[in-house]
Ligand binder design. Structure first.
Ligand SMILES: C[S@@+](CC[C@H](N)C(=O)[O-])C[C@H]1O[C@@H](n2cnc3c(N)ncnc32)[C@H](O)[C@@H]1O
Length: 277
């Protein structure tokens, strides 16, 4: 057996008291303050869906409050020790605990029909990937709430013109309204993370279909922010646009100045020239 380094144990080694010892590589920081767990559970509106998926339940501190909502709750947890703990302590979840990697698992296997909400105190090392997977599956996901590293939560919620506004903000806000709900201090976790945390809610927009080519929209946004200090005229040179279009005022701006709607407008202008590239 590997030597236990600091606060973290080797994989698959439950603590002696039956609790799961935190594993750093899985981003495990367990909530110790029940009132925060309750607030996270209350951050979903619980309207418009019967199914809810919790990502990373760990030892179930949040799960306990989600179960009180009386919906069809499933949980997905990568850690064998946590799954063993849940099996023993949450018999009501029988058949609803999926020992899988959220990022790799086909979520339609859990909820083959009907929409579902997503919630969790997310492992911070994969939290942006969790958001991107949610965007990919947005057709099925009307609502999403969870805890992130505070800076990431702020970035997702940032309005245009803000210095943290970036790729994650634009792509999320194209499909969801984002609400920053609360900041959580490190002291309510075991082990405490080095940074503060933030809870946000995403509510899918009524019209969440893009009027422009989606792949191109993603490409335009990513390309623009790769050189965020340059004007779009310079950063989007790869699109080989006609000179008269490049003189359009929108190309004189920097990416952080553009709202999601303006990025859509920009993509529509580029589309006739870029669709075949
Ligand atoms: C920050 S902890 C939160 C645990 C618990 N919900 C709480 O609040 O105390 C993140 C949890 O996500 C799990 N996890 C990490 N990577 C995962 C993945 N790819 N898929 C599913 N669960 C994952 C970890 O094992 C851990 O239990």
């Amino acid at each position: 057996m590997k030597k236990n380094k600091g606060k973290y144990s080797p994989q698959h080694t439950p603590a002696n008291d039956g609790e799961v010892r935190a594993k750093k590589h899985l981003g495990q920081h367990f909530l110790t303050d029940e009132s925060v767990a309750e607030k996270i559970a209350d951050s979903l509106t619980w309207e418009g869906y019967e199914n809810v998926l919790e990502i990373g339940p760990g030892m179930g501190v949040l799960t306990k409050y989600l179960l009180k909502k009386g919906v069809n709750l499933h949980v997905i947890e990568i850690d064998r020790d946590s799954v063993a703990y849940l099996d023993e302590n949450y018999p009501t979840l029988e058949g609803k605990v999926h020992q899988e990697d959220f990022l790799k698992y086909d979520l339609r296997k859990i909820f083959p029909e009907g929409p579902y909400a997503i919630i969790g105190n997310f492992p911070y090392n994969i939290s942006t990937q969790i958001v991107f997977k949610t965007l990919e599956n947005r057709e099925e996901i009307p609502e999403f709430a969870g805890m992130f590293q505070k800076e990431v939560a702020q970035r997702i919620a940032a309005p245009h013109g803000n210095k943290t506004y970036g790729i994650l903000s634009v792509l999320t806000q194209a499909f969801y309204e984002v609400t920053y709900l609360l900041t959580v201090p490190p002291a309510v976790f075991n082990p405490p993370p080095k940074v503060e945390s933030g809870v946000i809610r995403l509510t899918r927009k009524e019209d969440y279909s893009l009027p422009c080519d989606e792949a191109l929209f993603f490409r335009v946004v990513k390309t623009a922010f790769q050189q965020r200090r340059k004007t779009l005229r310079n950063s989007l040179k790869i699109f080989q646009l006609p000179d008269n279009l490049r003189e359009d005022a929108i190309f004189g701006q920097r990416p952080e100045q553009l709202s999601t709607e303006q990025f859509i407008e920009l993509t529509l202008k580029i589309e006739p020239y870029a669709i075949s590239t």
